[in-house]
Ligand binder design. Structure first.
Ligand code: UDP
Ligand code: MG
Length: 326
């Protein structure tokens, strides 16, 4: 029986503080799985350097020189977590039967990787790692994540709650994923759309092993907005429905004001005037903002720009035939 080739994709952005430990632990897991004959001996770890400014890439190349099962892919600049994962998946898919993506900071439980592989052996194409608890997150991260999932479910986007990008995908699932050509990649939204058989594995998420979160508040907001605007037109519909309701309200209010003027007493309506100007002004700006968000998305998508650029690929060359002089 042929064993499946597994590649573990690890996106890294300025992770010099954690990498030594990450190399050690993930290499341990990979070797264990090989010894247990759950995966082929050609299985690899693929570290994707997402344009780091610290020693991340030099650490990857040094480790690659000492341990051939550790390979690297250097992106031409910082493209963001999602695109770094995608770059890794697309490169790995060419030479693997299944690929697992995991963050570099060891927050996700690496012991679950074995369960992922067992599920793959059972025949599942996609295995989601789902956090059983968020105890280690700050209250802000917990509250914002909860609000995010609530909003997403409310507007009809099917997400796997408490699942980050820690998952296993089979080769055919990744090939399907590659056919989604949008530039704005939001993997958590796209992967459930692929279909095939899927299952979940629960685990406890730990604190970052070292270093700080690379997701600033700005990056988190842009991630959430990308997720919403790339998958749903509900916000635009919401704006037009509010506009419609307000139109009716303003007709009624206008009629009332006229009746007051003709048959009653008119007061110096400064307060109501100010409130309505501010309220409507704010609402209009909100509407324009939401519409602008979609137009921005269309603008980016119609350009069909490549999602990322690879600078150095230490992974694929491992599989190239060796040239010998005759
Ligand atoms: N990351 C990346 N590019 C970025 C930001 C983050 O490749 O622009 C990587 C980072 O090195 C880590 C993973 O994505 O391996 C998740 O980032 P982080 O742990 O900072 O996010 P959090 O766990 O705080 O959501
Ligand atoms: Mg993290």
């Amino acid at each position: 029986m042929k064993l499946p080739v597994l590649t573990i994709v690890v996106p890294c952005y300025n992770e010099e503080e954690v990498l030594v430990q990450t190399f050690l632990e993930l290499r341990g897991v990979l070797n264990h799985l090989m010894q247990e004959q759950l995966i082929a001996l050609t299985s690899k770890l693929l570290f994707v350097d997402d344009g780091s400014k610290d020693r991340t890439w030099s650490m990857i190349t040094t480790e690659h020189a000492n341990h051939p099962e550790i390979t690297g892919l250097k992106l031409a600049r910082n493209f963001g977590h999602q695109k770094a994962v995608l770059a890794g998946l697309e490169a790995a898919c060419a030479h693997s039967d299944c690929v697992i993506s995991i963050d570099a900071d060891l927050q996700d439980d690496i012991n679950v990787i074995r369960d992922f592989v067992l599920k793959f052996h059972e025949g599942f194409d996609i295995v989601y790692g789902v956090r059983a608890s968020r105890k280690t997150d700050t209250w802000f991260k917990r509250a914002s994540a909860l609000a995010f999932y609530r909003i997403m479910t409310r507007i009809g986007i099917r997400l796997i709650p408490n699942h980050a990008d820690f998952r296993l995908m089979s080769k055919r699932a990744i090939l399907e994923l590659c056919r989604y050509s949008e530039t704005n990649v939001f993997l958590r939204g796209i992967v459930p759309l692929i279909g095939f058989t899927m299952t979940k594995v629960y685990y406890d998420r730990k604190e970052r092993f070292a270093g700080r979160s690379k997701y600033s508040l700005r990056k988190m907001l842009s991630f959430a907005l990308d997720g919403i605007a790339s998958f749903s037109v509900v916000p635009i519909r919401f704006v037009s429905s509010v506009g419609f309701v307000l139109l009716i309200v303003s007709i009624v209010a206008g009629a009332y004001a006229l009746i007051q003027k003709w048959f009653g007493e008119t007061k110096a309506g400064w307060t109501s005037l100010m409130i309505s100007i501010w309220f409507l002004g704010g609402l209009q700006l909100l509407g324009i903002g939401i519409i602008g968000e979609y137009i921005g998305k269309i603008f980016i998508e119609v350009k069909c720009r490549p999602k990322y650029a690879v600078d150095i690929d230490l992974y694929s060359i491992m599989f190239e035939p060796v040239l010998r002089s005759p």
